[in-house]
Design a protein around this ligand. Structure first.
Ligand SMILES: [Zn+2]
Ligand SMILES: [Zn+2]
Length: 253
């Protein structure tokens, strides 16, 4: 399927169109042997809520972005290499249906398709493309993937001490190691997690202790200032309430 599309004019045109739609907010996506396998709109669990995002599956990367105008304009481009990606199917819980988790060293999160068959299609293609990175010998082992953050509305109290109640004054924070929501006093420590950030990042006390035990001399910093959870993955302020009136169907080529 992918071989048929390499060097095809249709593939080159599709990739140019994706580049075009991201404009200056994205990077060049043309690359030798790269094929656009499929694209579609998925719902992504962001920190505060579920948000629609446009996803593009290439044979070597997964790209997604915020929809500014359906089919025409996207920004906030993210690129995840498939050679370090894992996927896990999620159980349906309430209205969170047809989901799977995307796990990578830099970022992990849950996404949801509109239907079960759409999910099957995405997972089949994702698995095929991920397997092809193994066949090409490009696979990287991911020993320490980023956690998928537990959404803000899932906790009213700190998940570590279980006593501290969140409010406008007592803000929620996320541990970058386990993804749990915690209060500031339970997450004053910082750990260096190079796949996520060049700077040490916030971790909860249990994760810090565990890392300290595992590593005799962890690269750590104790600092409760300067880090807030804002600007993580909430996307730009521009027109983010895209109500998908005519959401394009998922297309695999
Ligand atoms: Zn706490
Ligand atoms: Zn933790």
């Amino acid at each position: 399927m992918v071989d048929r599309l390499v060097d095809s004019e249709a593939n080159a045109r599709r990739i140019a169109s994706v580049e075009d739609n991201f404009g200056t907010s994205g990077v060049s996506l043309s690359s030798a042997n790269r094929v656009l396998v499929g694209e579609g709109v998925l719902t992504k669990q962001c920190r505060k809520q579920l948000k629609t995002r446009q996803f593009f599956l290439f044979n070597d990367i997964l790209v997604y972005g915020t929809i500014i105008i359906n089919r025409k304009k996207f920004n906030n481009q993210h690129i995840l290499p498939l050679n370090e990606l894992q996927i896990v199917t999620l159980d349906d819980i309430g209205d969170r249906q047809f989901g799977w988790q995307i796990i990578s060293p830099k970022k992990s999160f849950n996404v949801y398709a509109a239907t079960n068959s759409e999910r099957s299609e995405w997972i089949t293609h994702l698995r095929t493309c991920i397997d092809s990175t193994i066949k090409r010998g490009e696979r990287k082992s991911t020993t320490d993937p980023a956690p998928a953050w537990i959404p803000d509305d899932a906790a009213t109290h700190c998940m570590i001490c279980t006593k501290s109640k969140f409010s406008a004054m007592n803000r929620k924070h996320h541990c970058r190691k386990c993804g749990k929501i915690c209060c500031n006093p339970c997450s004053t420590k910082r750990l260096l997690m190079p796949s996520q950030s060049a700077e040490p990042v916030r971790v909860c006390d249990p994760c810090f202790t565990e890392a300290s035990v595992r590593q005799s001399a962890p690269s750590v910093r104790n600092d409760s200032s300067g880090d807030d959870d804002s600007g993580t993955d909430t996307g730009p302020a521009v027109n983010d309430n895209d109500t998908e009136t005519d959401a394009p169907p998922t297309t695999f080529y």
